[in-house]
Design a binder for this molecule. Structure first.
Ligand SMILES: Nc1ncnc2c1ncn2[C@@H]1O[C@H](COP(=O)(O)OP(=O)(O)OP(=O)(O)O)[C@@H](O)[C@H]1O
Ligand SMILES: [Mg+2]
Length: 106
């Protein structure tokens, strides 16, 4: 088992959820987060001066799946979440030792 931690543009969340559901991937944890990537945020200039925003709003998805489904899930997330512009997000894949359902102990 592995956990996919995907940091996405918030506006891509619904489309990613829909596409994962089509593959039968339903269970996930969704958290609104802020973060910064390799550009350390965004810098812009207005008449009032130069500004730097180094915490950009993103959405974090945590999805635990069997190893053999990880590549499929990652491919779906990439296909749907990509705009080909900087800030599309990141995907991390972590090992998971155990998982059980509280109701049944399965
Ligand atoms: N090294 C990292 N460790 C943990 N989280 C990260 C890391 N890099 C990026 N993130 C998370 O991913 C989010 C999106 O990052 P972003 O898409 O800007 O990544 P990037 O590596 O800079 O890629 P790009 O060049 O496409 O912008 C960040 O807001 C942050 O939450
Ligand atoms: Mg970036």
């Amino acid at each position: 088992m592995k956990m996919i931690v995907a940091i996405l543009r918030p506006e891509k969340l619904q489309a990613v959820k829909d596409a994962l559901k089509e593959e039968g991937i339903n269970g996930m944890t969704i958290t609104r987060v802020t973060g910064r990537g390799s550009q350390s945020g965004v810098r812009f200039t207005t008449r009032a001066g130069e500004f730097c925003v180094d915490e950009i709003e993103k959405v974090k998805l945590e999805i635990v799946q069997e190893d053999e489904r990880i590549d499929t899930a990652v491919a779906i997330i990439r296909r749907v979440a990509a705009t080909d512009h900087i800030g599309d997000g990141r995907i991390f894949i972590l090992p998971v030792e155990r998982s059980l359902r509280i109701r049944t102990g399965d």
